[in-house]
Structures are given as C-alpha cells and as structure tokens.
Design a protein around this ligand. Structure first.
Ligand code: GLU
Length: 281
C-alpha cells in the first residue's frame, strides 16, 4: 500500500530495504534465523527445583526443564547464549504469558482445563505424580488419609495445593507458601509435617546433600501431572513448532539422555515419554 503511493525514486530506495527485511524473517538456512525474528528468547523456568529448574549460586541454570527449553529454543533458531531465563513461580505462570513477559514456560507446569482458559500448552513432555515428602523418622504418614490431621505445606498457584483442598485431604491444615524452598525449611524445623508436590520435584529435594538422610517420599501417586510447555493463548504456530521439537527430542534419544542426566542423581523413577497431545488423568 505504502509503496504504491511512493514516488518511483522512493520505491527504488525502499525496495532493497524491504527485501532485506523480508530475508531476515524468512526461514532460510542462513545463520541467525529465529522464530519471531528476535535476538533473544525469554523462557520461564523454576529457580528452586534441583533436577527440574534450578539457578545455582554461581548463576548457572540446570535441570530437566532447562535442558528441554534449551532444546526447544535451538529448534526455534536460538542458540543457548540467546536465551534469557526468567523465574516463573507457580502462581505467576499464567500472568507471565498473558503479559508477554516470557515467550514460553518450562516450569513443572501441569496441563489442566483451568489454566487452558488463559494459556495454551505444547506437550506433554513428562508425566509426574503428586506425592509427599516427610521427615525420615516420621512413620505416622503411611497412606494419603493420614494427611487429614497433619500440617501440610505446598505452593500457592500449584495443582498440588488445589488437589489437597478439593480431593486428597480436605481436612489437612494446608499452609501455602510462595516457593518450595520455604516449605523445605518448614519441614526441616517441624513447622509442617509434610511437603506435597510432584514426585519429580520431591525426589530432587530429598537427594540434596544438605538434606541427606533427613527426608523420604511417601510413594503415594496422588495425581497425574502432565507437564506441558506453556505458550501464549492462541499462538498455534509456536505451539505446533514446540510440539515438533518435543517429538524430535524423544525420537533422537535426547529426552532419555536428559532424564538420565537430571533424574539419575535423585534416583527418580520416571514414566515413559508421554505422547504429544495426550493428557493422562
Ligand atoms: N506440577 C504442579 C503444577 O503445575 C506442581 C509443581 C509446581 O508448582 O510447579 O502446579
């Protein structure tokens, strides 16, 4: 439209520029071609979940979600040094996507209908189950109903807190904190009797050097948690690209390698890779 109105001389000047800009966004094989044509991609992860998403004291990012996100970013055209990591606490994930503060989220983010009203999900890429972490010397919690007269800790905005209130142990005294590390401190100093969230996360905590021999998992399988990659609602193009990346990741053996690397140290017994688009419940 604009070009038609321009004089021949301006058009001649504009054309090479337009072509160059178009070339930039095209999906050619040249270097630096990125989904969305940006310099960097911003990814929401957890900062306090060893084995899943952790920011180490020296500023490194490690864990299964970090590796999965790095693989996805690469498929979208972003090398690791073009990834900007951002903390995505459980209660903040939908808002971060809705506000455009992150491009996608890989943060132990369970797919469910409530969240689907606000965001979309690629995946799932991991199936976990809700469980409890208790002190190693506590034998009073042997089945889920034992939780009903206990002090439980979970995180605001997590499915774990919601499941306790609605189905698992509605009578339990549930304390909701902003992050899982606060619950761990509470469990250690007996302010709470159990920390409840996904077994994949709890296994990572139990295996930490500082907690050696202090905690144990209940092994209850209280729910199915289908981890998805959160994307802005309606961005089907991005969702489909991420789904393709996830499929490739499983097919080329990378998924298995990431599982071994990140869950091996905690001896977490993971489920097989989920089928893309199939949510187990
Ligand atoms: N996967 C659960 C959720 O998405 C619990 C873990 C978490 O809070 O990130 O709510």
């Amino acid at each position: 439209m604009k070009l038609r109105k321009a004089t021949a001389a301006t058009a001649a000047l504009l054309l090479p520029l337009t072509a160059a800009v178009a070339g930039c966004g095209a999906n050619g094989d040249g270097g630096g071609q990125t989904e969305g044509g940006k310099d960097t991609i911003t990814v929401g992860i957890k900062y306090d979940q060893p084995g899943i998403g952790l920011k180490t004291p020296d500023g490194e990012y490690t864990g299964f979600d970090v590796d999965v996100a790095t693989y996805i970013a690469k498929q979208l055209g972003y090398e690791p040094d073009r990834i900007v990591w951002k903390e995505a606490k459980s209660a903040d994930r939908e808002t971060l996507l809705q506000r455009g503060d992150v491009d996608f989220i890989a943060a132990s983010y369970s797919i469910n209908d409530e969240r689907r009203k606000k965001v979309d999900f690629a995946g799932p890429y991991l199936l976990a189950h809700q469980d409890v972490l208790v002190r190693a010397d506590d034998d009073s919690i042997t089945e889920p109903s034992d939780l009903n007269d206990k002090k439980l800790c979970s995180v605001t905005g997590s499915t774990s807190a919601q499941n306790i209130k609605t189905k698992i142990a509605p009578q339990a005294q549930l304390q909701e904190y902003g992050g899982y590390s606060e619950c761990l401190t509470g469990l250690e100093n007996k302010a709470v009797d159990a920390l409840t969230t996904d077994d994949s996360i709890l296994a990572g905590y139990a295996a930490q050097d500082q907690f050696e021999g202090k905690f144990k998992l209940g092994g209850f399988k209280l729910s199915d948690e289908n981890y998805g990659i959160g994307v802005p609602k309606g961005d089907d193009e991005l969702k489909n690209k991420i789904n393709s990346a996830l499929e490739k990741m499983v097919a080329d053996g990378t998924w298995e390698a990431y599982v071994k690397k990140n869950f091996g140290p905690a001896a977490y017994r993971n489920e097989p890779p989920p089928k893309i688009g199939v949510v187990v419940s």
